[in-house]
Design a protein around this ligand. Structure first.
Ligand code: PXL
Length: 280
């Protein structure tokens, strides 16, 4: 057997309402990858669609955890970050990259901070500029269209989009610094929804699935986690993106079928057999 890869997932724990670590850990583990976690905060629920949630900030624990890991000489094949609650947490993730990102470590940054043209609650308008600095240090970034325009200082436009607009956006995102871009929320009509990627050789690819009406909380985290799992299973960027689009769409379809409230997240667990089949 070949060596098992190890990923580090740096996200909050939202105890209820599947997103961030409660999505990343099961999906990346199911892909066969040893998944270490660094929880950045503990919330009773995520912040989208609930009121009165608790928020225990774990910023002060991040460097002591990193110090201990350094004594162990740990190696990570990937470092994956998502929702980060403050400017300071973005700075600390950059420090984690300085310490643990080696030549063969894939740094995947999902600048999870906005959707549908607006920043998530609690973020200052200056936050996207800070997140852009972290994206500059990543190998792959996975923004949606809102996050992309906020980081680029451009105006948000509702879809459907043109191919020229999407490809222009991909090019401008690559200029931020990450070599490869996977853009989510791409649609050229109202029937299909998917993603577009620009790889390090300048090649652009697309992956689509039939759109399921509605807004599904946590689907971006399901997508990015499946993408990383597939990449760590040695799929190409294009293949990993197509697998992640198909798996996310299945999870969303199962959520719609089950008639579940969207704020509790998508039924990604029920689609795991499909993901494993696609990973081979
Ligand atoms: O999935 C993004 C996310 C992660 N973590 C927290 C959130 C959100 C989105 O709202 O509130 C705490």
């Amino acid at each position: 057997m070949e060596r098992q890869k190890r990923a580090l997932a740096v996200h909050d724990i939202s105890c209820v309402g599947r997103c961030s670590l409660t999505v990343a850990l099961p999906i990346i583990s199911a892909a066969g990858v040893d998944t270490s976690i660094l929880p950045t905060a503990v919330l009773s629920t995520h912040t989208g669609g609930f009121t009165g949630y608790t928020y225990r900030d774990l910023t002060e624990d991040i460097l002591p955890i990193a110090d201990h890991w350094q004594t162990l000489g740990l190696h990570f094949d990937a470092i994956y970050t998502g929702y980060l609650g403050s400017f300071q947490q973005v700075q600390l993730v950059m420090e984690l990259f300085n310490r643990f990102k080696k030549a063969d470590t894939l740094a995947l940054v999902d600048p999870a901070m906005a959707d549908n043209g607006v920043l998530y609650g609690g973020f200052a308008p200056e936050f996207p500029a800070e997140m852009k600095k972290l994206c500059a240090k990543a190998d792959i970034i996975v923004p949606n269209i809102t996050e992309s325009v906020l980081m680029l200082g451009e105006e948000y436009k509702d879809g459907p989009y043109t191919q020229a607009y999407i490809e222009g956006l991909l090019g401008r995102l690559q200029e931020i610094g990450a070599q490869e871009i996977v853009l989510t929320g791409v649609h050229f009509d109202d029937k299909q929804l998917g993603a577009a990627c620009l790889n390090k050789d300048g090649k652009i690819s697309y992956a689509f699935q039939d759109r399921i009406a509605g807004y599904f909380h946590g689907s971006g985290d399901v997508f990015a986690s499946a993408l990383l799992g597939a990449l760590l299973r040695d799929k190409s960027l294009e293949e990993a993106m197509a697998i992640a689009v198909d798996y996310t769409q299945r999870s969303v379809a199962l959520t719609a079928d089950a008639g579940q409230e969207a704020r509790y997240g998508v039924c990604f667990e029920r689609a795991l057999p499909f993901l494993l089949e696609r990973l081979g």
